[in-house]
Design a protein around this ligand. Structure first.
Ligand code: SAH
Length: 717
């Protein structure tokens, strides 16, 4: 199996793990963290092309698809998310200023200037050094497709004779006459940081370079990095961290009031599904988030922002520790439950530590009005072992740990010994956990189920979908016999076994449609394929009630404020021509990417340019049509004050008429205003190549393929 390595870009890994022996698995976790949602498995065939595994959303299973021969290469590049990093004008500028200052300093000393650029990417930092007139530049890059790209970009910019590109990891470089480096370098410029600073292996890279590749009088750009943490009380973060009990009472009480009682579900039995507080997601799974987009009403700071680590990247006094713990005492500045620790870092790029490159969120940023947007570095959320209750003025201890690749944080009252509560590792991703914990959504389900129970008295209920507690809810609300099926890759086989064992029919099938194979919200239509399959087997019939009963697909024309940069060409960066890079990325995206990709839109500001349009609808009680369904029409664009640069696509499930859940906006979008998206699902994002303000209608044709359970989108301005 080939694991595709995705660098830098937040990976939003929607895999889960239930590992307990964390130390042994650190390396695997790191690898898994950087895997994308689609694990692609490559197989050579002997013929031109490679077979690549893809999920079929009609079956929930993997299948093989033939792709062009250079698929691996192009796909790795497309997924590497370099473009967003290179669009980060502030990063580029501050690195350049720091590098120029370092070169000036060495020249002032009268020394030759020998630059080493570790992880050269497109060759950008080396080219910055080259225009300053230095004596030698060695650039290494371990990611081969990128190294090839760097060689070409450097050549096209006329620096072929000035920059020596070595296709190696820095730790494999040799030094000495005739070697990779003729002699030790006296300037190291490197940008090998991720959202956690150290997640890409920066500690090992720096320790090795300082010891083996650099001279005593070295200047390292950047030279200092600092890590900050802030303890907060944030209900939403808590919902991403641990499974909550589900309250059923509010809906039942409201219903009793409005109907005057009655109905089989309207009983007094148990008003909640109690879940112990120790069901959590493994803390090693990086939770990187655009914290500046988190509404400030959603959290209360408990500690001031606190510097927890200081890294001397030039290793002046010692190598950077590969394991370190610090403790910071603080007085709680507010009261609340300590549910999360927010983290970010900054660094100084120049030798005098004057040029600050900061990833701080907006409420603490030194220049919030001019702070840059960046997706390659965000902030991250960590979860304490237990959620302690804090009163303003309490003395607390923030404990911060790092190893070679990852971080953990904990918050406790001073002078208390934290209780070691055994945790149950949840096999869930954080977005899904947020959805399962969403009490509003759970209320919608409870209400819909109670409505059905009051209209008919099912004796056999089937609960489908993955990572869902709906089966428990329905069992609690009714006296029917409930069969719960949790999805896995052998879903069909499992369903088949049920079909063998079950005699008689189900009166009600319920689902909170979610499957771990799904990448986009509508992939959860797998639920429809499952009920169809069960119909074929005769255990679901035309008289079986299906909840949700209908599916709707929605589209909204939008102006994306920043996120378009992840796919936009670079053209020219800091005066260097990047057309070769643009060309290969464009080709890669054509080969590999769907034109609608998943993004958590609550983290990316978008302005509504029209009204949401329902573009497709399915009645889930009906059979899936034999042939593909084509939906065509026009999306009206009504705002012309902003560039139309994309579309957002989401779906809605009608549980029973009048009660819905949606993966889209949480309130009706107003034209010309920011859209408020649910935080519990990703949405589909389409970018237009040529944004404009004049388009008044977008033609669409959208095809639903029965064969793979997916939509194919075509949008034309
Ligand atoms: N320097 C470029 C690219 C930064 S991205 C720029 O600033 O635009 C970081 C790059 O470093 C990636 O391409 C990654 O593959 C590479 N890299 C990370 N650690 C490395 C190491 N130890 N040796 C060589 N390349 C490394």
């Amino acid at each position: 199996m080939k694991l595709i390595y995705f660098r830098r870009k937040k990976i939003r890994i929607e895999l889960y793990c239930s590992w307990s022996k964390q130390t042994k698995l650190e390396k695997s976790v790191r690898l898994l963290r950087v895997l994308g949602q689609r694990l692609n498995v490559r197989m050579s065939t002997g013929s031109p092309g490679v077979l690549v595994q893809r999920i079929n959303y009609a079956s929930g299973k993997n299948e093989w698809k033939m792709m062009p021969e250079d698929y691996d290469y192009t796909q790795e590049l497309a997924r590497a998310a370099f473009a967003d990093m290179l669009h980060d004008e502030e990063r580029n500028r501050l690195y350049r200023e720091g590098l120029v200052a370092a070169i000036r300093k060495i020249k002032e000393r009268g020394d030759t200037v020998r630059v080493l650029d570790i992880g050269t990417g497109t060759g950008l930092l080396s080219m910055m050094a080259a225009v300053e007139g230095v004596d030698s530049i060695v650039a290494c890059e371990e990611f081969r497709p990128m190294a090839e790209c760097a060689a070409r970009v450097v050549e096209e910019n006329g620096f072929k004779d000035h920059i020596k590109i070595i296709r190696k990891r820095s730790t494999e470089l040799t030094v000495g006459p005739g070697c990779d480096l003729e002699e030790r370098a006296n300037i190291l410029v490197t940008e090998v940081f991720d959202t956690e600073l150290i997640g890409e292996g920066a500690i090992g890279t720096y320790n090795h370079a300082n010891q083996e590749l650099l001279s005593q009088d070295r200047i390292v750009v950047p030279g200092i990095a600092r890590m900050f943490a802030q303890a907060v009380s944030c209900k939403k973060a808590s919902e991403w961290s641990r499974l909550r009990s589900i309250e059923l009472d509010p809906v039942k009480k409201a219903k009793r009031r409005s109907t005057g009682g009655g109905g089989s579900g309207d009983t007094e039995q148990g008003g909640r599904i109690h879940i112990e507080d120790n069901h959590t997601i493994n803390n090693l799974m990086l939770h990187d988030v655009q914290l500046s987009e988190l509404d400030e009403t959603l959290f209360t700071p408990l500690s001031p922002p606190t510097q927890v680590f200081h890294f001397d990247l030039a290793c002046r006094s010692a190598p950077i520790p590969t394991k370190e713990t610090t403790q910071n005492r603080f007085e709680a500045i507010n009261s609340g439950e300590c549910t999360a620790v927010f983290m970010w870092w900054d660094c100084f790029t120049d030798p005098d530590n004057q040029i600050l490159l900061s990833c701080a969120p907006k409420w603490i940023h030194h220049d919030p009005k001019n702070m840059p947007w960046r997706d390659h570095w965000m902030q991250a959320i960590y979860y304490p072992q237990s959620e302690i209750k804090v009163t303003k003025g309490d003395s607390l201890l923030l404990t911060s740990n790092h190893d070679e690749y990852s971080l953990t944080f904990d918050v406790n009252h001073e002078n208390t010994t934290p209780l070691a509560v055994p945790h149950v590792d949840l096999p869930m991703c954080r977005t899904r956990l947020g959805a399962v914990n969403n009490q509003y959504k759970n209320n919608q389900y409870t209400q819909a189920i109670l409505q059905i129970l009051s209209e008919r008295s099912p004796s056999r209920i089937l609960a489908l979908s993955d990572q869902s507690l709906l089966g428990l809810t329905v069992a609690k609300l009714s006296s029917a016999r409930v069969t719960v099926v949790q999805e896995n890759s052998r879903m069909k086989d499992i369903l088949f076994n049920i079909a063998q064992e079950v005699s008689g029919e189900y009166d009600l099938v319920v689902a909170d449609p979610f499957y771990s194979v799904s990448v986009l919200p509508w992939h959860n239509l797998l639920f429809w394929f499952q009920t169809n399959f069960l119909k074929d087997k005769g255990i679901v019939t035309d008289s079986t009630c299906i909840l949700p009963g209908a599916f709707k697909l929605w589209v909204l024309p939008v102006h994306y404020q920043h996120v378009w940069k992840i796919r936009a060409p670079l053209y020219n960066i800091q005066g260097f021509d990047m057309k070769h890079f643009d060309k290969i990325i464009e080709k890669a995206c054509e080969n590999c990417d769907n034109n609608v990709e998943p993004q958590p839109l609550w983290e990316y500001t978008s302005i509504a340019l029209g009204h949401p349009l329902q573009v497709a609808r399915f009645n889930l009680s009906e059979q899936i049509p034999e042939k593909s369904c084509l939906f065509t029409g026009q999306i009206q664009v009504e705002d012309h004050q902003h560039d139309l640069n994309g579309l957002a696509v989401w779906c809605e499930w009608t549980l029973v008429p009048g009660i819905t859940t949606s993966s889209g906006p949480t309130r009706t979008p107003c034209i010309g205003e920011k859209v408020h998206w649910t935080m519990d699902s990703k949405q589909g994002v389409h970018f237009f190549k040529t944004p404009n303000r004049t388009t008044s209608a977008i033609e669409y044709d959208i095809c639903f393929n029965r064969s793979d359970g997916d939509f194919v989108f075509n949008f034309v301005i």
